[in-house]
Every structure is written in structure tokens, then in C-alpha cells.
Design a protein. Structure first.
Length: 256
């Protein structure tokens, strides 16, 4: 208690006895001047606008994970990879970090043409000052919107058009971006579960065969997974399962 009170007492005494000296010490603190590209962000009207742009960019970057999940093929890929691991029954092999990293790089490879169009049509002209923010958003989001609509089911688009109380467009080019995003996510989940079912079916049959054989041999105490897991791994490796799975996923996103 006394250790905290004594330093506080000396601090108050110093400020009271020599306030001008304390203020002089405070005035010696250097001013903070932030400059980006040779332009100061403080002390000018243009600096205020530049600071606002930086804040907006940082805010947009905080939404990048959500954009990756909802506007790219990442959702379908990571769900299919996870269901493949579940069908094999390997518990945590491959681990989640490996599956997520593989899904991210596959997403980057598949979406590279779309990202290039977004940067060329919207981001680059805006950074060069040739477009306003509204024009850059309209031109830059158009390639991504077309991708979302192309890979969305009509019934999902109709559902979210009805939910948002939006008039049904005459053509796919008129579908709003905010309608295309949830419709795309719903379609991706539906397709991912269909692929997962097709992947799990042969392994389920193998589990049933192994269980029936063990039961007929009166080996009830032996867990079927002890026998079926090596057989499933051998089958998956023999048919080159990872190569077939990845190539099939990539081919479903042929961008023309």
C-alpha cells in the first residue's frame, strides 16, 4: 500500500510545485505525422480523406475471411475434404490444418481468373484514380457476381429473391449481388453433401461386408474398424483417391 502511495505523492508534488516545467516536458513530445506516398495524413483536408480511405481499407480487410467463405469455392472443397476423412474413418488424419491449407490453395488456383478480372476492372483503376469507389465496386464485383450466379441453382436464387422481396429479374445478368451470395453458399453446401454421399457409399459397403464376415466367424469382440480401416486405406490408395478427388473438384469449376 505504502509503495504505491509514496510515488504518487511525489508525482503530485512535482506537478504542483513546478507546473510550467511539467508542461515544458510535455511540449517536448514530437508531433506524430503519418505520410503515405509522400502525402501527409494530418493537418490537411486531403489528409483526412486519405485517413478515411485507410480506415475503410482496413475495415474491408477484416471481412476477407467471410468473403473467402461465401464468395469462393472454398466451402465446397473444405466440406468435401472433411467428409472424405470422415468416410475413411481416420479420425484426425489428415489434420484440419492440412485440409484447410489444401482447400485455400485449391481455391486460389480455381479463382485466379476471377480475381484477375476483379483487380483489372475495379481495383487497379480505383487506385490509379480513374474511377470512383462506386464505379470500382460496380465494375470489380461484376466478374464475381457472374461466377456466383453461374454456380447457383435456380431454386436457390428464387428462394433468396423471395426472401429479399426482390422482383424476379428477366435474365441472370440482373440478379443482385446480395442475392447471389447466399444462393451460391446454399448451392455449394448442397453439392458438397451430394459428393460426400457418393464418397461415403463404397466405404459404407466395405464396413458392412467386414462386419458381416466378422459376425459369421463369431468374432464379435473384434471391432470391425480394426479390419475395415486398413482395407479402406488400401482401396483409396490403389485407386489414387486424392488425385481423383482433387481433379474432379477442380473440373466442376471450369471457368470459361
Amino acid at each position: 500500500m505504502y509503495k504505491r502511495v509514496i510515488p504518487l505523492f511525489f508525482l503530485i508534488s512535482t506537478l504542483t510545485c513546478d507546473p510550467q516545467g511539467a508542461l515544458a516536458q510535455a511540449n517536448m513530445v514530437p508531433d506524430l505525422n503519418i505520410a503515405v506516398g509522400g502525402e501527409s495524413l494530418t493537418g490537411s483536408a486531403n489528409g483526412v480523406s486519405s485517413a478515411i480511405k485507410i480506415v475503410l481499407l482496413l475495415s474491408i480487410f477484416s471481412f476477407v475471411p467471410a468473403l473467402i467463405l461465401t464468395t469462393t469455392c472454398f466451402t465446397r472443397i473444405v466440406v468435401v475434404l472433411g467428409m472424405t476423412r470422415t468416410a475413411l474413418g481416420t479420425q484426425q488424419a489428415p489434420p484440419n490444418m492440412v485440409l484447410t491449407g489444401l482447400a485455400l490453395f485449391l481455391t486460389a488456383s480455381i479463382m485466379q481468373p476471377i480475381f484477375h478480372d476483379v483487380y483489372t476492372n475495379g481495383v487497379s483503376p480505383y487506385l490509379e484514380g480513374a474511377m470512383t469507389a462506386e464505379e470500382a465496386w460496380r465494375e470489380g464485383s461484376e466478374p464475381l457476381r457472374k461466377f456466383l450466379v453461374r454456380h447457383s441453382r435456380e431454386k436457390d436464387l428464387a428462394l433468396f429473391l423471395e426472401i429479399s422481396k426482390t422482383d424476379f429479374p428477366e435474365s441472370p445478368d440482373d440478379v443482385p449481388f446480395l442475392v447471389a451470395v447466399p444462393a451460391f453458399v446454399l448451392s455449394e453446401l448442397n453439392i458438397a453433401f451430394q459428393i460426400g454421399f457418393l464418397l461415403a457409399l463404397p466405404f459404407l459397403v466395405l464396413d458392412m461386408v467386414v462386419s458381416s464376415v466378422l459376425t459369421s466367424m463369431s468374432m464379435i469382440t473384434l471391432p470391425p474398424v480394426v479390419i475395415s480401416l486398413p482395407l479402406k486405406l488400401m482401396l483409396f490408395v490403389v485407386v489414387d483417391g486424392w488425385h481423383l478427388l482433387i481433379s474432379s473438384l477442380v473440373q466442376t469449376y471450369q471457368i470459361t
